[in-house]
Design a protein around this ligand. Structure first.
Ligand SMILES: NC(=O)c1ccc[n+]([C@@H]2O[C@H](COP(=O)([O-])OP(=O)(O)OC[C@H]3O[C@@H](n4cnc5c(N)ncnc54)[C@H](O)[C@@H]3O)[C@@H](O)[C@H]2O)c1
Length: 370
């Protein structure tokens, strides 16, 4: 198959759909991969790095779109990209269609077959192409907290791990899923005193075994959240209620009872945030203060480390991308997990939850593919 990788054009997006290592795998499997010039610049991969592994460099996105049967990207296509997609062309990327009616319209109009990373499933009911970015965000959350805790950044002037004879920071992680677990691992590794709060007892049992006493676990109630937040130096917001906005677990009225200049890192900001006082920020200006509490609410945290993020994303997408390149649309029909990723096919919306949110008609895959 002819596979195309355009340069990402969303503002401040430095990741790339296929790393040179991934291109080598596609080429080894007999596919032709065309990469837009400078597509890998954000991760330090030169055009020559792609040529060495057998990729072909094209000078414009237009050429990549025109000559490829499958486009592999990172972010949802931008308006200038919708019109370059066409029927019988596969698009494999993050889409986040539900809150984006213009995107849905653009893709439906193009007639392309769009498979969204974020809805591809695995046999354990997980979302394998979303998880790597949660891992990155979770780990980054502690780095972000460490920076924000510095006095020069407005924080309490506290070192996360303390030093011998001096208390470490007290870190509370609300939500013990992928983000929360990776945040807790980093915090424990740095020597912080860590508590993880979750509303799933099953998850709390798993975490208890995983951390073997190096992190405490607590069931999520209004009481436990209040008690822990009031005593914390850092609170990481990492809850997710699938398909819904994040619950507001820390209210503004609670801030005045917290330690002055404590830090809130709201990783769940992409779902509206789990602190009442959160609003999205950017890497250029990541923090702000409300009632003496430092807030960090960057909505695309993995964008800060595009090299790590691109590699982690490519590791996860590779088997699915190769299946698509090997078998085309048949891979979607044969593999239930790829099938779960199908959002748009030949002008029809094939992902029920997105169709519902958008108020547009839903077509089951059998109907759309007929
Ligand atoms: N800001 C970013 O750049 C970025 C990057 C990646 C992920 N995220 C976001 O981080 C959030 C967490 O993602 P994840 O992959 O860890 O999700 P996940 O499903 O793996 O984990 C969420 C956890 O929250 C728990 N939870 C739900 N309601 C709760 C409550 N009331 N109290 C305590 N715990 C509760 C769940 O039981 C679950 O264990 C999501 O909103 C995700 O979109 C943000």
């Amino acid at each position: 198959m002819k596979v195309g990788v355009p340069k990402e054009i969303k503002v401040h997006e430095y990741r790339v759909g296929l790393t040179p290592g991934a291109v080598r795998e596609y080429v080894a499997a007999g596919h032709r991969v065309m990469i837009e010039t400078n597509a890998g610049a954000g991760i330090g991969a030169t055009d020559d790095d792609y040529r060495i592994v057998g990729g072909t460099i094209l000078t414009s996105a237009a050429e990549v779109f025109a000559s490829s049967e499958m486009i592999v990207k990172v972010k949802e296509p931008q308006p200038s990209e919708w019109c370059q997609l066409r029927e019988n062309q596969i698009l494999f990327t993050y889409l986040h269609l539900a809150p984006d009616p213009d995107q849905a319209k653009g893709l439906l109009k193009s007639g392309c077959t769009a498979i969204a990373y974020e809805t591809v499933t695995d046999p354990h009911g997980g979302l394998p192409l979303l998880a790597p970015m949660s891992e990155v965000a979770g780990r980054l959350a502690i780095e972000a907290a460490g920076s924000a805790l510095k006095r020069s950044a407005g924080g309490r002037g506290l070192l996360i791990g303390g030093v011998p004879g001096v208390q470490p920071a007290r870190i509370v992680v609300i939500g013990g899923g992928v983000v929360g677990t990776h945040a807790a691992r980093m915090a424990v590794g740095l020597g912080a005193e860590v508590t993880i709060i979750d509303r799933s007892i099953v998850r709390l049992r798993e975490l208890d075994e995983l951390f073997e006493g190096r992190a405490r676990t607590r069931f999520s109630t209004i009481d436990s959240v209040e008690e822990e937040v009031f005593a914390a130096d850092v609170v990481i917001g990492a809850v997710l209620v699938p398909g819904a906005s994040a619950p507001k677990l820390v209210r503004r009225s609670m801030l005045s009872s917290m330690r002055k200049r404590a830090v809130l890192v709201d990783v769940a900001i992409d779902q509206g945030g789990c602190f009442e006082t959160s609003h999205p920020t950017t890497h250029a200006d990541p923090t702000y203060e409300v009632d003496g509490i430092i807030h960090y609410c960057v909505a695309n945290m993995p964008g800060a480390v595009p090299l790590t993020s691109s590699q982690a994303l490519n590791n996860a997408t590779l088997p699915f991308g190769l299946a698509l390149a090997n078998k085309g649309f048949t891979a979607v029909l044969e593999n239930p997990h790829l099938r779960a990723g199908l959002n748009v096919h030949r002008g029809r919306l094939t992902y029920e939850a997105a169709a519902e949110s958008l108020g547009l008609p839903f077509s089951p895959i059998e109907q759309a593919a007929a």
